[in-house]
Design a protein around this ligand. Sequence first.
Ligand SMILES: Nc1ncnc2c1ncn2[C@@H]1O[C@H](COP(=O)(O)OP(=O)(O)O)[C@@H](O)[C@H]1O
Length: 292
Amino acid sequence: MAAALTRLTKPASLAFSSVNIIRRCFSSAVAVSETNNAASYVPPFVLDSNRPRKDPKDRNVQWVFLGCPGVGKGTYASRLCNLLGVPHIATGDLVREELASSGPLSQQLSEIVNQGKLVSDEIIISLLSKRLEAGEAKGESGFILDGFPRTIQQAEILEGVTDIDLVVNLKLQEDILIDKCLGRRICSQCGGNFNVASINVKGENGKRGISMAPLLPPPHCMSKLITRSDDTEAVVKQRLRIYNEKSQPVEEFYRSQGKLLEFDLPGGIPESWPKLLQVLNLDDEEKQSAAA
Ligand SMILES: Nc1ncnc2c1ncn2[C@@H]1O[C@H](COP(=O)(O)OP(=O)(O)O)[C@@H](O)[C@H]1O
């Protein structure tokens, strides 16, 4: 375990979309997860040595989306990815894919995720490296990361292997976040993401009011809707506590580098999307093609 963790704390050696990838397998190693304190399987992860960083003009954007559970990182990150032609890489999706695969990690992951805890850095970096390696093989350039980094250690590892141009921090008040998580629905057939919550908070005591219409599925998805197993009230509250403890320092990490763009969501998608494009300085032509 110590050897694996030592490697993890040497950020410059971790691969990120690399040309010269060395795969090291630790499949027989046993580590203690920082977050669940239980003996656990450590998957293979990818290491890289001395990969040169690409000049920003020779690659696509490399952005990160931060924000509490339920804020809409996935929604806005995937829209921007369509607009900018970069992959949307959500570590939560990678975790759920691994869970569904019934591979060696799935039992361990299901316990961690359903308790609202964070998966260990070793596992997350392994899943992310695998995803980036597959993307590189397909010729992907740039990315928007959603749900990574979530700890200072993850942010330092990322910093050690690649340049992040911009970090968008989406913000909403906490009671709305809980309602939005509880209203989330996924179509088990097409994979579409919807939300049945209707948010209507009156402005009072200096707090601004906010309305968000539900994002309802088309009729053919209606009977196939499922809810994420970690979107229960108790687990959402636990995820919010963990966000405040472990992920909020990541905001400060990027704020101090002058890379953090704070974005208070003004409402649902029809109000927030054009404003987000405006603050990101994406021009009208791009706005129109995004709306199409
Ligand atoms: N970067 C990460 N580090 C550790 N655990 C992660 C990370 N990304 C996702 N996870 C795990 O996957 C779960 C779901 O993630 P995600 O879909 O991003 O949820 P959320 O709605 O809480 O933002 C998290 O609660 C956590 O257990």
